[in-house]
Design a protein around this ligand. Sequence first.
Ligand SMILES: Cc1ncc(COP(=O)(O)O)c(C=O)c1O
Length: 341
Amino acid sequence: MIDLRSDTVTLPGEDMRRAIFEAELGDDVYGEDPTVNRLQEMAAEIVGKEAAMLVPSGTMGNQIAVLTHTKPGTEVILEADSHIYYYESAAASVFAGIQPRPLQGHRGSLSADLVKWAIRQDDIHLPPTSLICLENTHNRAGGTVVPLEDMQAVYEVAKQHEIPVHLDGARIFNASVAAGVPVKDFTACTTSVQFCLSKGLGAPVGSIIAGPGVFIDEARRWRKRLGGGMRQAGIIAAAGILALETMIDRLAEDHENARLLAEGLAALKGIDFNPDDVDTNIVIVRPTSMSVRRLGSELEKRGILTVVIEPDRVRFTTSKEVNRDDIEKTITAVKNVLAEN
Ligand SMILES: Cc1ncc(COP(=O)(O)O)c(C=O)c1O
């Protein structure tokens, strides 16, 4: 099988499995797991924040951030296609009791002017704006890199209004590698950040949330409340440490493969798509001569897995589990499927 559904399908390699096996452990709810503590210190340093905390998933990391920054009855500004709004089963409304304020971005990026316009006035009729969420890279926009200047502009507006900014940086390392911008520069425009260890970086489980020390102290309480306090979590953290040490630079390979795939697909008749829209490891295309479901199922019959993300759009994601040869096979398979239909 050539699995292009997501970079979440990555499996830990030999070295990672060994690191998991050999991890030094303790009870992390007591703060006594040395491997978790090491990962958290390392992660805080990488994103330039005071403190960091290991959480089981990106979704939990984002939701803990929303819960920690906001109060029920307030409003959270976010991009209309962002993961927090689109893919987290309305968790922010259910758990935090906030009202989302989705704004339309351009290639996943929110304009600072639009954000400024959306921030609520102090008026008894209106919910106070309590948080602004950004996403980089932006998944549903096609793995696009939100430019640093755009994030800086939003952050300036947020600071003027004393509103915190949370970054869903599930794939912030992809953004950093693709743009040649240090992760710390992106995260300097945010109050808190969540990033995933279990996507392109190849760890089996886990995300990090980072921010000011007082924020992480409160976030720790929320993690416990949600049942996310893990005990000998060093078996997860050991993989996370190796991911941060060895897997970041190789994301460039995934980006090259995505680019190759993008160019191959764009050249086919029956695909409407501009390969220049691809920044990182996600390629989202619109077939014009057949339905996406049909395309997906025909590819599956040929051993290629993809994801239908809209009635007319299909997503291909590269990761360490696919190589150049797989990409060439995929282009040929799409070409054959389109020709036969
Ligand atoms: C942008 C983004 N944020 C958050 C998440 C959630 O991560 P998890 O699947 O670990 O909950 C994902 C997962 O694909 C994502 O793409």
